[in-house]
Design a protein around this ligand. Structure first.
Ligand SMILES: [Zn+2]
Length: 95
C-alpha cells in the first residue's frame, strides 16, 4: 500500500542524511517529574541524528500532560508577584 504522505526528506542540518519518521521514547519534564512517552512519533536523521518531534504529537502530549486540560478555562490563576520587604538592618537604628 502506498500513501501520499511524505515519509522522508533531506536533512536541513547536514544536507546529506535523510530524515525519516520513527517512533522513539520521548522524555519530558512535568514539573519536577520526568515523564517518558514510548512510541512517540519523531523525525530522525540517519546521518547526524537530528531529531524533530511531530508537532501534532507534541500538541497532543501537552494536552494530556496539562492538568488543566479538559477543564473550562473560566479564570486564570496567576500567582501575584510577592513583594519582599527586605529588613533593612542597616540604618534602621532605634532611637
Ligand atoms: Zn542530518
Amino acid at each position: 500500500m502506498e500513501s501520499n504522505e511524505q515519509t522522508s526528506y533531506q536533512c536541513n542540518e547536514c544536507q546529506a542524511g535523510h530524515v525519516t519518521r520513527r517512533y522513539i521514547t520521548y522524555f519530558t519534564w512535568l514539573g519536577d517529574q520526568l515523564v517518558s512517552v514510548p512510541n512517540f512519533p519523531a523525525w530522525v536523521c540517519d546521518i547526524c541524528g537530528r531529531r524533530e518531534y511531530d508537532h501534532q504529537a507534541i500538541l497532543w502530549l501537552n494536552m494530556l500532560l496539562n492538568p488543566e486540560a479538559g477543564k473550562p478555562a473560566r479564570k486564570q490563576v496567576r500567582k501575584a508577584p510577592t513583594i519582599r520587604k527586605q529588613p533593612s538592618r542597616l540604618g534602621d537604628s532605634k532611637p
